[in-house]
Design a protein around this ligand. Structure first.
Ligand code: GLU
Length: 557
């Protein structure tokens, strides 16, 4: 007579450790009350998705604010979907956003922490130890069904309109005797290992989610695969083992896992282990033609975190935006605490959205504009340089060639009580300021400037010539503007807008138009930063040179 022990030994002769040994090797963490142990558990299947940045940010933040531990575990058991090097890329991308794990997987050759290995493919022995135990207690068994058997089963279940899957009476290999199982294995038949469920899909289980509250879900009755033919576990089983021995206190994962929660709860209960708390985070959605849909890798460039980095959205703006998605009170907190770092904000589950979080690129841009506007010029310059070095080498070279000049440009109006919000991303900057550079300006002058076609060319030329003869930039902004008003008056352009609006027929134009002539002359464009600063940065000589170039441009076009 065979026993379950014989079966377990036959399948895993190399496994000598027991679950107790593992418990000793991975003792409870010594943390203060309330400290959360959270993790980010990516699969190395490609780039960092914006949704993953969101979940990892939430997990990281929860651990930090509670003096807990945040770790990274690489879930690389699906070898077919793995993309070489993407595990390390994910870690680096997170580091870009200051999400640095306390422990876990760092690269294929580096990890830190006492609860490893943190790469699932290196943990096969641990999984097998637990499975050996489950076999011994009769809650796991070898399944010899071939892919063909399984597809036939699916077809017949579909035909009879039954719930598909390997469960109850359909779980054929459950009913093999020990002797049959052992003989098949000895005869070299291939097999995988399944969990033996005791559930019934007619029952409901009560589950609690930290965000969604108390829920009732259909009980699990599927004999899920726990060990695949390649000797690696499936997600469900790896989750049980890893989050138990790594002592995660909170599983913060995407909402798409909520429906498998009954499986996980049954697995934990079978092992007699306390399960961690679960918080299923909203999926990031997008509105398209009035309908909500998931942010898609294929359709939405903003689904990839790399998009934001390439475009040069400041990282802190993206993080703050994601925090507004995470907690509905973040924005109000931010407005009341402008001097604090987003790290000081305390995330709570009860302020998390219950259904999909909507992604809004305009809002990202607005947050970025606000944050960039209140920064010191030298900090913005440092950020732009860091970005340009990687994404726009020409721009970078220009900046470093004369950093003082660039800093002056970035500093325009930064001292004002209400700074202008011109830039949402670093890549916005160069197109707006390129005219400051003489070579760009000269190149632009080969095409027609944005002149005001409603005014006689002679007016524009007279005003520009007059200004070229009377440039004075050793004045403050108000004094300087007075010189422009005087200039306007000399040409019968109203110095005062009110007067002009009241009796436009008395004047040839207004001071606003006169200053626009100068703006177009020195920048080629109607839209340019504050003229006073533009002129001051260019300096008297260059302004005069540009006025001459501009008059030529006006005459020729
Ligand atoms: N590897 C899983 C994923 O890629 C992790 C889910 C979890 O956090 O448990 O979504």
């Amino acid at each position: 007579m065979y026993t379950l022990n014989d079966l377990a030994e036959l399948i895993f002769p190399e496994i000598k450790d027991t679950v107790e040994d593992l418990e000793k090797r991975y003792p409870k963490r010594n943390l203060e009350n309330g400290a959360m142990v959270t993790r980010f558990a990516p699969s190395p299947t490609g780039f960092l998705h914006t949704g993953s940045l969101f979940t990892s940010l939430v997990s990281y933040h929860l651990a930090k604010q509670s003096n807990g531990v945040f770790y990274i575990r690489l879930e690389d058991t699906d070898t077919k979907r793995e993309i070489e090097g993407s595990g390390e890329d994910l870690v680096n991308q997170l580091a870009n956003f200051d999400i640095i794990p306390d422990e876990g997987y760092l690269s294929n050759s580096k990890e830190i922490g006492n609860y490893g290995p943190y790469k699932q493919s290196d943990r096969a022995t641990i999984y097998k130890t637990v499975i050996k135990h489950l076999i011994k207690i009769g809650r796991a068994y070898p399944c010899f069904c071939t892919p063909d058997d399984l597809s036939k089963l699916r077809e017949s279940q579909e035909k009879e309109k039954l719930i598909p899957g390997y469960y109850g009476k359909f779980a054929k290999c459950r009913f093999l005797t020990l002797e049959e199982q052992i003989n098949k294995i000895k005869a070299g038949e291939s097999y995988i290992i399944r969990f033996k469920s005791m559930g019934n899909h007619e029952n409901k289980v009560k589950v609690h989610d930290e965000i969604k509250g108390d829920l009732e879900l259909t009980e699990n009755d599927q004999d899920i695969v726990i060990l695949k033919g390649d000797g690696l576990p499936t997600y469900h089983f790896a989750h049980l083992v890893d989050d138990h021995f790594m002592h995660s206190t909170h599983i913060t994962r995407g909402e798409e896992w909520l429906s498998s929660l009954p499986i996980h709860l049954e697995l934990f209960a079978t092992m007699g282990w306390e399960h961690p708390k679960y918080a299923h985070l909203p999926v990031i959605m997008k509105v398209e033609n009035g309908n909500r849909r998931k942010l898609s890798k294929r359709k939405d460039p903003e689904a990839a975190v790399a998009f934001f980095l390439e475009q040069g959205y400041p990282k802190y703006a993206i993080i703050e935006y994601l925090l507004t998605l995470a907690n509905s009170n973040y924005e109000a907190w931010r407005a009341a605490n402008m001097d604090k770092s987003y790290e000081d904000f305390v995330l709570t589950f009860d302020k998390m959205s219950l259904d999909g979080a909507l992604f809004d690129l305009d809002k990202v841009a607005n947050i970025a504009k606000e944050r960039l506007a209140i920064k010191k010029a030298k900090d913005v310059v440092a950020e732009v340089k860091e970005w340009a070095l990687v994404y726009d080498k020409d721009f970078y070279d220009r900046i470093v060639k004369d950093e003082e000049f660039f800093t002056k440009i970035i500093n325009i109006e930064r001292d004002k009580p209400k700074p202008r919000k011109d830039y949402a991303k670093y890549s916005d900057i160069y197109p707006i300021i390129s005219f400051f550079y003489n070579d760009n300006y000269d190149k632009l002058s080969e095409t027609k400037f944005e002149w005001n076609d409603n005014k006689p060319k002679e007016d524009i030329i007279d005003i520009l010539n007059d200004y070229a003869d009377n440039i004075n930039l050793d004045l403050d902004e108000t004094e300087w503007f007075n010189t422009i008003k005087e200039l306007a008056t000399r040409h019968n352009y109203a110095a005062n807008m009110k007067d002009y609006k009241k009796n436009p027929e008395l004047f040839k134009g207004s001071v606003a138009e006169a200053s626009e002539f100068i703006r177009v002359a020195v920048s080629g464009r109607k839209n340019a930063p504050n003229l006073y600063y533009v002129l001051s940065i260019l300096g008297v000589e260059e302004v005069r040179r540009r006025i001459n170039v501009a008059i030529k441009n006006l005459k020729e076009n």
